[in-house]
Design a protein. Sequence first.
Length: 1129
Amino acid sequence: MEVDITDEVLPGSPKNDQHQVVPEPPYLMNGDEDPYKPEGQITLRIEKFSEFAHEGPESRRLSEPVYIRGLPWKILAIPREMGRRPPMGAASMQKCLGYFLQCNADNTGPYFQNSDPSWNCSGNATLKILAQKPGKEDHVRKISHVFHAKENDWGFAQFMTFENIMNPDDGWYDEETDTIILFVEVTADAPHGVNWDSKKDTGCIGLKNQGATCYMNSILQTLFFTNKLRKAVYQMPTDEDNPDSSVALAMQRVFFELQFSDSPVGTKKLTKSFGWDSIDSFLQHDVQEFCRVLLDNLENKMKNTKVVDTIPSLFKGCMKSYIKCKDVDFESSREECFYDLQLNVKNKSNVLESFKDYIETEMLDGDNKYDAGDFGLQPAEKGLKFLSFPPVLYLQLMRFQYDPLLDANVKINDRFEFTDTLDLTEFIETEEKENSASDEFTYLLHAVLVHSGDFHGGHYVAFININLRGTAKWCKFDDDVVSRVAYRDAVIANFGGENIEGMGRSCTNAYMLVYIQKKAIDDVLGPVLVEDIPEQLRLRFENEKKREYERRLEREEANNYCEISLILDEEMKSHHEFELFDGRTLEAQSRKLKVQKNMTYRDLYRFIAANLNIPETSFRLWDFQDDDRQGLHRFRCENSRPRNFLDPNETEDYSVPIVQIDRFVYLETGKPGILGGDIHGLKPYDRNNDIFTFLKLYNPERQQTEFKGTVILNLGNEVGAHFEEINQIIGLPPDTRLNLYVEYKPDRIIPIMNANTRIRDVQMLTNDGSIIIAEDASKTTEESNTQIYFRALYNRIEVEAHFHEFVLGHRPELEPPMQPIRGQIGLDWKLPKVCAWIADQIDYDPAKIILFKNATHTEKPANPLTHQHMEEYSLLYILGLGANNYDPRFQRLYKLFYSKLPITLEEFDVKYHILLYIMNDKFELSELSVFVNKSATVQDILDEAKKDFKFSEDGTGILRLVHTSSNDTCSRAYQILKTDALYKEIVMRNNNYAFRVEEIPKDQLQLSVDEQLLPVAHFEKEPTRTFGCPFFIKITNGEKVANIRERIRQMIEVPEKDFEKYKFCIVKQNRILREFDSHDDSSIVNLVELLQSHITFPAAAPFLGIQHSNKSRVARGLLDSKKSIIIHN
């Protein structure tokens, strides 16, 4: 359909004079009070207060409404009784003031047209009784509440007794005027569940959340308001790019729509260009990691274009790390670039303190002197200096760290302050500072990215000052909702620490800060005009909007029509299973007709007759609704068969009933073939006395049913009275003796036992559209008949059995088969029979096959089934199918999961299944499953592991079991377990554990009194950041550290050149107790430092730490997820 919109401005299209500058809302330009403000003040003056204090609770006083966030807010005051018995001698029960804040009690806010009744609005308020005498203080109480329709007021039922309020010493009650003044200060978030217009309130729009993409939305908004970057993105050449995989084009589209659209912008095309699937959109990632990956991707794509230097010029700074000797003229230094900085939050109070910590110097002295080449070992100063800061400075606040005591990653919610102006002059290299202007290193706060939640997940929002060049205008970008906020809410409220409202410790705090260099503001935030967008790109997006607009008009026009699918007998003849047809293929087989929704039945008959070129009186129409699209197929025959006769003689104004957009209508012709040219009359039908049925014949030779036609049965007749007519329709001699069945639903094929039964008395033969199955009684037996056939058909399912790696280890007999096993099995099979079928396919002992229950909602293995389960549970259960979930009419391929066991399933039930890590002499790890009795000792575990352990050629042949850390972010070996220790007691004493089996080295078999095995662990920068494979080494009291160093180097096979950079220290309870100079012959080990007698838990034990860089490190992220952010295109 062509739509002429040449002179129309489309939604989302740039007006001729529109540019980046955010306009003031119209009510502010007219001088009116802003009804969408984020905070406000409400006053209620209660006059004749002494009378009010004696009134009943039905007496209420309401203030005039004050509009905040588009909602009316009022003070509600009620006189109330205290609710407890009065003291002895009191005349009556004491009364008090009920003091409440009311929100949108009458649903009268401007956004409440067609809004969700489940609206809600989060607000904080300070409720006061104002002092009316000089020198007296107000009485103040605070509340925090999420207001909604069922709880639209919140406050205090007993705010204060009237006696206390009227006490003249406090000054709240004015005796002369008989008044008190109630005063409320309200701060509210933008409401949800209402038609919130972000554009109207702020001039900005939000981004839709795909599931867990709030982290992405926050950084996209921040990048969008970095105007120079936005201009550069617009300038990237994308004319020849694939629209589905071009990240640059998708970014251009998001920025264009954020700039010119009036409604929230979707990001599905953007994530599709990343090469992400729908599951990726439900994985939350770290906002800093995403920002880094996205900017890296864009920077690569800007190469060889005119905007090649944009990203480095905006975000790249430079620092120098150095080591400078104190006593000789020698310095070693290295310059490196950064695009963001990670600042410590733990034990730091503010940004400047973290910067000081960042550049804090470390003294290399004593045992830790620096090797200055020809100058030998020298005391030195190690540190870092900033050479330059970028115009746009991203600061990540390190709120997520590993806690070794908990053996888990945690979020640090400590208070950490930051200011809107940041002077970094003191942190820059001296020469650079002397040659710079006074404001060279002054930065203004542009954005605060906030995380709410804990380490495992939460929600991101962004607070952005959208007018950094003028009077500050802070906005909160919460996915699709954008609202204006006060400076306090954008900055101070996100410091962390104790909640500013006194409601406990807050888990909502700043995670990333964006500062812009003061002198660069005009360059970075200059307006983005329409002229800054290449005309070809602008026309491309405008054309996309035009096509979208046309499609919307077509959809609106389509609302006046519906499509019906005409079903003929021919569609049923090829179907030989349950029901009359296969609902999955019916759509493609049927004839489609587009009809008007307001068409009458008579109009419909005329329309179909004209389309098929047949007389109007030669057919009847029956409508039905196929329930295939509903997802859950219950055995309700009325949902999948023609059942309602569309009578053309209904009144002319009776419209076609439309239940869904597309309809199925069965065309009854009396006898198949009418459309071929032979016209047969229809048998009369009386809806009060007849029943319209479909007729099928069971063929025992072919083992299938065949559709034969339809028959009208008179409810008053006996069943036998219709035998001759039925035989004629199904093609058998008139006197053939028949068995008849009612196909009520797949698991209920009901025989009609007596031919003398009246039709109206036949069980389940009560509705039009019923199915009758006939069979030649002379050709069927008890073993072969309609019921037997349908029972087998009901239970027959196609399965694909997949091997699940449950038992780990390199055992040939447990190797998985090359391909999944596919075949037909019976739903009524017992589980041992299923195991036997699998075992026969893979040539394995069926007693050693274990099955797994399918996980809910996903076809993945969940819990293994025990031997007892094999007798108790059905195949329906392990496939995750309830009685109401399985529908044989819509068969599909079911997945089944199994594994091989080295023992029988019966033995498996009475043993522990333990996952062990196996370490060889090269410090390489593999996994192994062992099975031991419930009373097993460590030695029993080692005996089982020994069967599959590959010993070194000249090793000891003796194994030990090591208790190690179980967390991916911590690599520690805690202790060697005694061989007589009971496994169940070890597990009970340790919440977090993993076990490693290793061969005992020769030098560690025997220990003298002055020898000890010391755990060794690699770490980077901090002792808590361990990595790699930890191990044990034997040390002798008084042994030189240089000797230990060399033995370790040989063990881990590191070249001497690289090993020179490794540092050694003793770590206890995650603190460095002592650093060693491994080259100093006088440096020795003292076993007293390593005594473990007072260690209360394994993680606190001392270990020898080796500090060096982790070359296998992956990007740090918010979540402990194995999946890092990857933009594939």
